[in-house]
Design a protein around this ligand. Structure first.
Ligand SMILES: Cc1cc2nc3c(=O)[nH]c(=O)nc-3n(C[C@H](O)[C@H](O)[C@H](O)COP(=O)(O)OP(=O)(O)OC[C@H]3O[C@@H](n4cnc5c(N)ncnc54)[C@H](O)[C@@H]3O)c2cc1C
Ligand code: FES
Length: 262
């Protein structure tokens, strides 16, 4: 598949929650090529500096425009939040594989933690086109951090109980499954590794098909630096690369370790 490496004009940067922004840019060929689950490697500064490339999930495609969502945590995201209409950003993509939204299932169960919500508006749109039932379990630190744009079937959980279920998104899902039996469910999860491990455990315990989208730290994003390994349960290679084999993996195929704390 072709990956484009192009400078695109920024259309807008708007706040969507506390410390969290949606950046939209105009990219006709790229928007036609992107699929839910894929990511982009974005040069966050206008001056070329390879140390300021960061991976971002594609959050949505609206006609010829692409949108990413990010929370400010460090240098790259602070630079992105300062972009204005007319600035450009250097974007490499589409990168990585896609969510298995075309697989055979009845109900999509989305589990998102924090900024792990980013890839889901695009996935929700494709699921709605295929008339799937959707339940989204959205976990955030507090009510101010909840990003709900473009989602469907929302069940909100907050760490401090300021909105919805008081606890994690995974605990909220577990409670839901105690009283509901969704038709042929498939889980799609993205968020911190602790949340992904808990989702992996829940899926195994309840016998539900499950995909995890990993957000490990990356440098090159294209399989060269070997900086994004994840251990596999089986297969020819003991380690997969999150950037080229993922970022979406079947939850039965990967092993998390204690140092995968992010
Ligand atoms: C496939 C993929 C998709 C991603 N999608 C998104 C997205 O849609 N939206 C989004 O906001 N972020 C996303 N990320 C994370 C993003 O690439 C950056 O790592 C993050 O925005 C921090 O960049 P920064 O330059 O602001 O922070 P930095 O200055 O690089 O780091 C600041 C601090 O945050 C820590 N940190 C950096 N990256 C991570 C990380 N991934 N996990 C935990 N701690 C980290 C650093 O150790 C440091 O302490 C994704 C990562 C991957 C691999
Ligand atoms: S980020 Fe370089 S190999 Fe994955």
């Amino acid at each position: 598949m072709t990956a484009y490496n192009t400078d695109y004009p920024v259309i807008s940067v708007r706040p969507v929650a506390d410390e969290t922004f949606a950046l939209r840019f105009h990219a006709p060929e790229l928007s036609a090529a992107l699929r839910p689950g894929q990511f982009l490697n974005i040069l966050t500064s206008e001056l070329y500096d390879p140390l300021l490339r960061r991976p971002y999930s594609i959050s949505n495609v609206i006609g010829e425009e692409c949108e990413i969502i990010f929370t400010i945590v460090g240098k790259g995201t602070a630079l992105l939040a300062e972009k204005r209409s007319g600035d450009t950003i250097g974007v490499l993509g589409p990168l990585g594989n896609t969510f298995g939204y075309e697989k055979d299932f009845g109900t999509a169960i989305i589990v998102a933690g924090g900024i792990g919500v980013a890839p889901f508006p695009f996935l929700v749109r494709e699921l709605q086109r295929r008339e799937k039932s959707i339940h989204t379990f959205l976990g955030a630190r507090n009510a101010g951090r909840v990003v709900r744009d473009g989602l469907a079937g929302l069940h909100i959980a907050t760490d401090d109980g300021s909105e919805g279920y008081h606890g994690t998104a995974v605990a909220c899902l577990d409670a839901f499954l105690g009283t509901h039996e969704p038709d042929r469910p498939r889980i799609f999860a993205c968020g911190p590794n602790l949340m992904l491990r808990a989702t992996q455990e829940l899926a195994a315990r309840r016998g539900i098909a499950c995909e995890l989208s990993l957000e490990s730290e990356m440098a090159c994003g294209v399989g060269i630096c070997q900086g994004c390994p994840i251990e596999r349960t089986e297969g020819e290679r003991k380690y997969a690369l999150v950037c080229t084999d993922g970022p979406c993996f079947d939850s039965r195929d990967i092993i998390f370790h204690e140092h995968h704390h992010a």
